[in-house]
Write a protein that binds this ligand. Structure first.
Ligand code: ZN
Ligand code: ZN
Length: 334
């Protein structure tokens, strides 16, 4: 990237905004600006930092608009790299924010009592994750740091599957695709042209699917069902939250590759249990990650644990593994 926010047209009246993400281990995030009446509606709003803040202003000026022209923000999900700047647009310019009800619930929990939030994570890491007290300290600290980024204003519009966004020109329908987050949606144009797919299908990365105390059991099962829902969508081009646009012909093969990745990981996790029962934390430490666990930061280690747990929950739902609970969950081959 040359600057903190790059802008390029991707269709008539639609621009792709690629925005720098200084933290969170990501290179960049994509938001999209859609011309609507005299103004603009954004699909996602990017990571909030002084650089992206000023960069968004300059990017919109380059297409003859200002921040004040943004009348609303449609969110594909409530992760901070997508939600970040939405609050500012509402505070300063009165833009509405729309989010699926399941992610709105998640946000309400994150915005609630700080102590309760941290305690919920601490308990989950110990009981479900099986993380011993000495390892839990760092993971809890990482949770506290992340929660500070997550404190964002609640949405003005809370919607469900099939909701049609209040745009004047483009008819965009929300398709609920839970998995990457419980309230993740794709916004699909009724004319079959564009699909905004958020982090549901990414061209280069495998979307992170994490279990945790704030999501219901088996997010990976939900995700795989959501992938099946998106595979055969009509459309010309699909615009993701990270990376380049996905042409229609590339969508089904990309979905297939992501499915294959998870099936391989499900097999690897099952194979690791052949030696006897283990906690999710023990399996996370044994898993052959590209980068060793010892070299990962605490947030990445927590993320790895949440991913392994998501795979265990999916295997449990399929009847391949079972859990034994005695204060701490241990997993065993069923
Ligand atoms: Zn995300
Ligand atoms: Zn993202």
């Amino acid at each position: 990237m040359r600057g903190p926010v790059e802008i390029e047209p991707v269709a008539s009246g639609v621009w792709r905004l690629e925005m720098e993400v200084a933290e969170a281990g990501l290179r960049s995030v994509c938001a999209y600006a859609v011309a609507d009446g005299d103004g603009l509606v954004l699909i996602d709003a990017g990571w909030r930092s002084p650089q992206t803040d000023a960069g968004l202003e300059r990017a919109l000026e380059s297409i003859g608009h200002s921040l004040a022209d943004v009348s609303g923000v449609l969110l594909t999900h409530a992760h901070p790299d997508h939600y970040g700047l939405a609050g500012k647009l509402r505070e300063r310019h009165g833009a509405w924010i729309a989010l699926h009800s399941r992610d709105a619930d998640l946000l309400a929990f994150g915005n609630g009592s700080f102590d309760r939030y941290v305690e919920t994570w601490r308990d989950w890491l110990g009981e479900v994750g099986g993380v011993p007290a000495e390892d839990r300290v760092g993971l809890v600290e990482a949770t506290v740091a992340l929660r500070k980024v997550f404190t964002v204003p609640p949405p003005d519009i809370v919607f469900g599957d099939g909701w049609v966004a209040p745009l004047e020109e483009l008819e965009l329908r929300a398709v609920h695709t839970p998995g990457h987050s419980p309230g993740h949606v794709c916004f699909i144009a009724a004319d079959g042209g564009l699909g905004f797919v958020g982090d549901h299908v990414l061209p280069d990365l495998t979307p992170n699917i994490s279990a945790g105390p704030t999501v219901s059991d088996n997010p990976l099962g939900a995700y795989l069902a959501s992938l099946a829902r998106i595979r055969d969508l009509e459309g010309e081009v699909f615009l993701p939250g990270h990376g380049r646009p996905i042409e229609a012909a590339a969508l089904a093969p990309r979905v297939g590759a992501i499915e294959a990745h998870h099936e391989q990981r499900l097999e690897a996790v099952t194979a690791m249990l052949a030696g006897g029962p283990a906690t999710a934390w023990e399996l996370t430490n044994r898993y052959p990650w590209a980068r060793p666990m010892a070299e990962m930061g605490d947030l990445t280690r927590r993320s790895a644990l949440c991913e392994i747990t998501a795979h265990l929950q999916a295997l449990e739902e399929r009847g391949a593994v079972a859990r034994e609970t005695d204060g701490v969950v241990r997993w065993t081959v069923a």
